[in-house]
Design a protein around this ligand. Structure first.
Ligand code: HEC
Ligand code: HEC
Length: 432
């Protein structure tokens, strides 16, 4: 090649390089861009961002809910395997910090296997209802479910009260006042409670009502300490939240660096055509309400009425907001007093879960029916008829398979490290 030719080739190369860079710059910095949103859309995006989540309000039913000493005690109890029938099960058996407080199983497994899938506890303190069917109305009363379930911790109330007296006496008394004198085994048997085990149940029924009440109070307080710990386990900001901040600041270049075009398209579908936002709304991506979404019935499972069956449980629960172990005044119990107690929409309805970290918490739904997000999205596209009850979904006929993949890509932008002091994400260092 002659010198002239070589110079010409170099010149063309340089021109191509400059125009390439310039058009890439223009593509990112000029409109219309995938990152420009209408004012109405921006308001929706802001409503989903973690920024719009208010600080966790106090739980009036739990007087120690924000007491650091209760957090420390609850932290130890959450990881303490002595609070179980076989000395091997703690809350963290199923709510594993390194798995965003889930267990990766379709159905939880400890002493036995539960009929339901383990949800995360991150940010759960914001919810007015606990469990997939909302059969508990506070996080402290929720703890009683697994502690007394024969397939989870498998223990009973007097056993737990004795363990508190033996291992946590000082910490307990500093928070809740004197423990009852549990030393007489005729009055406080080692193993008694209203549980499935017939011997423990008979022992409980033989106890004097005032002794039962004394044990109930310890049991309630144990739950209140665990709930204080759980209240510190919150959602951290995810790429989605940083994206919204960039969009609201008008910085499209920054926005383009956070979410890729598929994720942005998925977000547009999520708040638009795919209607996900009807239920997964607000900064935790849940309306905290109950819906029947027509999930496939799993062969061999008994019929699960969901919210409908839970209503009488929460109303009759002596540990509910209006009960004698609650620290709330009746005025504080609006959710319970004005809850919906009947209606066909309660049949087969379950609590809308948060979608934060959802890409990391497979499998999905209240019995872990779906192994992957792709399966979840196929379900939403098809929206089959429900059994029991009526599905609130209608098929997403206009949404293509490629768009379902975009929705899935978007869900990956909701993953973030847990917002909690690092020491709370591992078992406490010293055992008493
Ligand atoms: C055997 C595994 C297992 C153990 C042990 C366990 N859980 Fe769970 N947890 C579950 C399952 C399964 C559910 C859902 C059950 C349902 O809806 O009926 C659940 C639900 C919850 C919820 C409700 C979350 C929500 O958004 O409604 C909270 C909070 C919770 N557990 C905390 C705890 C605490 C605290 C402990 C220890 C006292 C504990 N869990 C022990 C499996 C477990
Ligand atoms: C009518 C209310 C409603 C709508 C609309 C809705 N969801 Fe859901 N979503 C729920 C409920 C309720 C559950 C839990 C159902 C169950 O387990 O019984 C759920 C569960 C999920 C789960 C599983 C989460 C987990 O941790 O198990 C994902 C993922 C999900 N929804 C994503 C979406 C997407 C994406 C859309 C839009 C295509 C959407 N949802 C539309 C109410 C809704």
């Amino acid at each position: 090649m002659s010198l002239r030719n070589r110079q010409f080739v170099l010149l063309i190369g340089a021109v191509l390089l400059v125009t390439g860079v310039a058009s890439a710059w223009l593509w990112r910095h000029s409109g219309p861009s995938i990152h420009s949103w209408s004012e109405a859309e921006k308001a929706v995006l802001a409503s989903l961002a973690l920024e719009s989540l208010p600080p966790l309000p106090p739980d009036p039913s739990n007087a120690v809910g924000d007491d650091p000493r209760a957090v420390a005690l609850g932290h130890r109890l959450f990881f303490d395997t002595r609070f179980s029938a076989n000395g091997q099960v703690s809350c963290a058996t199923c709510h594993q910090p390194e798995r965003f407080f889930t267990d990766g199983l379709a159905r939880a497994h400890a002493i036995g296997t539960t009929p339901r899938h383990t949800p995360s506890i991150i940010g759960a303190a914001y919810s007015p209802w606990f469990f997939w069917d909302g059969r508990k109305d506070s996080q402290w009363a929720q703890t009683h479910g697994p502690l007394e379930s024969p397939v989870e911790h498998g223990g009973n109330r007097t056993q737990y009260a004795h363990l508190i007296a033996q291992h946590y006496r000082d910490e307990y008394q500093a928070l809740f006042g004197p423990l009852p004198d549990l030393s007489d085994p005729a009055r406080f048997p080692p193993s008694a409670g209203p549980v499935a085990d017939p011997e423990a149940r008979a022992a409980w029924e033989a106890m004097a009502p005032e002794d039962q009440e004394a044990v109930n109070r310890v049991f309630a307080n144990l739950g209140k300490a665990i709930a204080a710990y759980e209240r510190r386990i919150l959602h951290g900001p995810a790429p989605f939240d940083r994206y919204v901040a960039a969009v609201l600041a008008g910085d499209q270049a920054a926005a383009a660096d956070i979410l890729d075009p598929d994720q942005v398209a998925g977000l547009r579908l999520f708040i638009g055509e795919a209607r996900c936002i009807n239920c997964h709304n607000g900064p935790r991506f849940t309306n905290d309400n109950f819906h029947n979404i027509g999930l496939p019935w799993v062969e061999g499972d008994p019929l699960d009425q969901g919210r409908l069956a839970a209503v009488p449980h929460v109303l009759e629960d002596p540990f509910n907001c209006l009960g004698p172990y609650s620290d709330a005044s009746p005025d504080d119990c609006q959710e319970l007093r004005f809850m919906k107690t009947q209606g066909p929409e309660l049949l087969g309805a379950f609590k809308t879960p948060s979608l934060r970290n959802v890409a990391e918490t497979a499998p999905y739904m209240h019995t872990g029916q779906f192994a992957t997000l792709a399966e979840v999205l196929q379900h939403y596209k098809q929206a089959p008829l429900a059994y029991p009850g009526h599905s609130e979904l209608s098929p997403l006929d206009t949404i293509s398979q490629a768009q379902l993949a975009q929705l899935e890509a978007f869900l990956h932008s909701l993953t973030a490290p847990v917002a909690a002091p690092a020491e709370l994400l591992a078992p406490p260092s010293q055992e008493p």
